[in-house]
Design a protein around this ligand. Structure first.
Ligand code: NAP
Length: 269
């Protein structure tokens, strides 16, 4: 099967690191015109430069905080002003939070994770839906196996991803008559900055976390960003022309491993 995105404009949020970086690079290899979003300008520009090396197409790099309405508006406005169209929206930017209902956690943490993982996705999709209707494009929401797993240590995060999956189903029905597909791709444990950012651990502790967690993954290994990127590209392509409202899990069977705590490393937050 071949994938050609050379006439397509693809917007990837959270493209400055991790899974979003892998998604951006794979789309760049397939010739897409990219709009890349993140807060860390140096990282974002480094990823954009790497993407440009693939097929010589220079991405638009948008430095924006999607946790703010201004950041969401800037992302939609600059993308449409620059490219005048949009074919694929990848809502990837997300944060985790390690906490327990028994911890004395500031409610700001709850609001922050919902603001980025749910509200920003809803708002950006709303602003860009008309352009996607025009191009008969599609939307991919990067969710998580955590959306259906019953585990301890991350209730607000898991709630955001459950909300995101239902958002996928609901919006897929609204947009199907307009020819726009909407799907979730849900990774399990994936090597990135994510856990380090959520729990605040050293690289050494993170490496040990991956070793520990791998014993709980039926297929014995965590994902890497490219595992997720390949599925995103497949679902975004015409090879998936009737796939909509789906939640595709890539987790080596991790979600069947029984009640576990993502905080194999403990956190007191
Ligand atoms: N890694 C996993 O184990 C895993 C598992 C399941 C699902 N996921 C999901 O996969 C997605 C990507 O996670 P990842 O593992 O790649 O994490 P990551 O390595 O921490 O990358 C997160 C990306 O989101 C961006 N971002 C964070 N806050 C932002 C904000 N307020 N505004 C704009 N951009 C923001 C970050 O860029 P800046 O810092 O430059 O803003 C970065 O590019 C998330 O939705 C996550 O929930 C991850």
């Amino acid at each position: 099967m071949d994938y050609d995105f050379s006439n397509k404009v693809v917007l990837v949020t959270g493209a400055s690191a991790g899974i979003g970086e892998a998604i951006a690079l794979l789309f760049a290899k397939l010739g897409a015109k990219l709009s890349l979003v993140g807060r860390n300008e140096a990282n974002l520009r480094a990823v954009a430069a790497e993407c440009e090396k693939q097929k010589g197409v220079k991405p638009l790099a948008i430095v924006a905080d999607l946790g703010t309405d201004e950041g969401v508006q800037k992302t939609a406005k600059e993308t449409l002003e620059y490219f005048k169209r949009l074919d694929v929206l990848v809502n990837n930017a997300g944060i985790g939070v390690a906490t327990s209902i028994l911890h004395d956690t500031d409610m700001q943490l709850f609001d922050d994770v919902f603001r980025l993982n749910v509200r920003a996705v809803y708002y950006l999709t709303k602003l860009l839906a008309p352009a996607l209707v025009e191009s008969k494009g599609n939307i991919i929401n990067i969710s998580s196996a955590a959306a259906t797993m019953v585990s301890t240590g991350g209730v607000p995060y898991s709630m955001t991803k459950a909300a995101l999956d239902h958002f996928t189903r609901l919006v897929s029905l609204e947009l199907a008559p307009k020819g726009v597909r909407v799907n979730s791709v849900s990774p399990g444990i994936t090597e990135s900055e994510f856990v380090k950012r959520a729990i605040g651990v050293t690289q050494e502790q993170y490496t040990q976390f991956l070793v520990n967690i791998s014993t709980k993954i039926p297929m014995g290994a965590p994902c890497v960003g490219d595992d997720v990127a390949r599925m995103v590209v497949h679902i975004a392509s015409d090879h998936s022309r009737l796939v909509t409202g789906a939640v595709v899990v890539i987790d080596g069977g991790y979600r069947f491993s029984g009640p576990t705590s993502p905080s194999v490393i403990t956190s007191s937050r």
